[in-house]
Design a protein around this ligand. Structure first.
Ligand code: ADP
Length: 419
């Protein structure tokens, strides 16, 4: 294995694996720290998908270090810590604490932090993160149910999480290419800086940053930063001509499960409702202690095998706030995730074989509930979202979509892409 990756959520893991696969590295996604004795398919890169974005920082560090141990034993030469392109985190972490812990364990003294993903309109200029034409803090991310992003200046966001001083490699340096970026990295290190946000507005910037990272043991960022990493291995003659493997053909009833409340998912839910049947999970009923899972499954059962159906907890910010007011942010999120995980398990037991999931935390809960150990990467549906197939004898086709990714018609488009 060449590149060992740790992703802080499951949709991020498939996003990263998708990028690496398309750039010529065979990549497998492993769900959670692999159990002892588990042998994944041989690949140039492995992405360990964790659900560590919204857990306490100490727990995220423990999970990430256990993943690093596994990847080191598997022979990785470089490591990538993947987080969201909207830098999802809070003042407690978990981006800096995990990056610092990985860096310390690897004996490194510098790494970069670059969540830019221009194809999906996440760009960084002078340390400020933009989502399309808006600053991060003016985008829908300010209403995120778990980690509202209310500060767009990433150096400041990271500084609140960090012990050491956070640096910046600004756009005018990145413009000059890999050599200039490497020079700046060295100057920052001399100044005692261990972690620096890097500006990037275009894929060319990301390719240059990737090339400049060749000597770093640890790289951190969004999936966009991975664009430039396979080229380093190719230049060293370490990459064979790997192509994205075709997934096995998977037929069977098709269901969309949406637990994201992000703006794009809200539009996607509304679009699918125009032509398909849907069931809204009542989060307030869940909060009152009502087990809605049997009701959802009874509704879905007679509809399986026809047109794809939609089951969602997706709600507007005011509705989410009501549930959170009752239970608190974390318990509300965990409760909805658990319900969707239970629904998924029952539906797969009833024969569902094609699942689109919207939401990073939601995807983590669902894939964990299904007991899936790993994923192969297939065709790309929209930037950052591939079809995947679970490893094992009876594969389930899974598309794990980060809440804010995908076009408005993503859900039905996904099933068309699979045929
Ligand atoms: P995204 O990819 O958009 O960030 P996530 O699944 O990561 O989506 O996060 C959404 C969070 O919101 C999850 O923890 C989910 O359980 C929670 N959630 C979903 N629906 C509701 C709701 N109606 N009320 C409260 N929380 C909800």
């Amino acid at each position: 294995m060449l590149l060992g990756c740790i992703a802080d959520d499951f949709t991020g893991a498939t996003d990263l694996a998708n990028t690496l696969t398309r750039r010529g590295m065979s990549t497998v996604v492993l769900l959670g720290v692999p159990r002892a004795g588990f042998t994944p398919p041989a690949a140039d890169a492995a992405v360990i998908a964790l659900k560590s974005r919204s857990v306490p920082a100490a727990a995220a560090i423990t999970l990430s270090l256990a993943s690093l141990d596994w990847l080191e034993r598997a022979g990785a030469r470089q490591y990538f810590f993947k987080y969201c392109s909207t830098f999802d985190s809070t003042d407690d972490g978990n981006i800096d604490p995990v990056a610092e812990a990985l860096l310390a364990r690897l004996g490194g003294n510098f790494t970069v932090a670059c969540p830019a993903f221009p194809t999906n309109q996440r760009t960084i200029y002078q340390g400020y993160l933009f989502v399309g034409g808006q600053l991060l803090s003016e985008s829908g991310m300010r209403h995120h149910p778990l980690n509202p992003m209310t500060d767009s200046l990433l150096t400041r966001v990271l500084q609140r999480q960090a012990k050491g001083k956070v640096g910046l490699i600004p756009c005018h340096v990145v413009e000059q290419g890999a050599g200039a970026i490497r020079g700046e990295m060295q100057e920052l290190q001399v100044a005692g800086i261990r972690l620096a946000i890097v500006d990037a507005i275009t894929d060319e910037h990301l390719l240059a940053i990737g090339a400049a990272c060749v000597g770093l043991k640890l790289v951190t960022g969004g999936s966009g930063l991975a664009l430039g990493l396979p080229g380093n291995f190719r230049l060293q003659g370490l990459l064979k001509a790997a192509l994205a493997g075709a997934l096995p053909r998977i037929d069977g009833p098709a269901v969309v499960l949406a637990g994201s409340c992000s703006a794009a998912t809200q539009r996607q839910v509304a679009a699918m409702q125009l032509s398909c049947e849907s069931f809204a999970i009542d989060a307030l009923a869940l909060a009152r202690g009502q087990d809605v899972v049997p009701e959802v499954v009874a509704w879905a059962k007679p509809r399986l095998g026809g047109k794809p159906i939609l089951i969602y907890s997706t709600a507007a910010p005011q509705a989410v706030e009501q549930v959170q007011a009752r239970l608190g942010r974390e318990r509300a999120g965990a409760m909805v995730e658990q319900a969707l995980g239970n629904v998924a398990r029952e539906l797969v037991a009833l024969g569902v074989r094609r699942l689109v999931v919207a939401g990073g935390e939601t995807a983590g809960a669902i894939v964990t509930a299904l007991g899936v150990e790993g994923l192969r990467i297939g065709a790309e549906i929209d930037p950052g979202v591939p079809w995947t197939a679970s490893l094992g004898d009876e594969p389930v086709a899974l598309a794990l979509k980060s809440g804010n990714f995908g076009s408005d018609d993503f859900f039905l488009k996904a099933f068309r892409t699979l045929q």
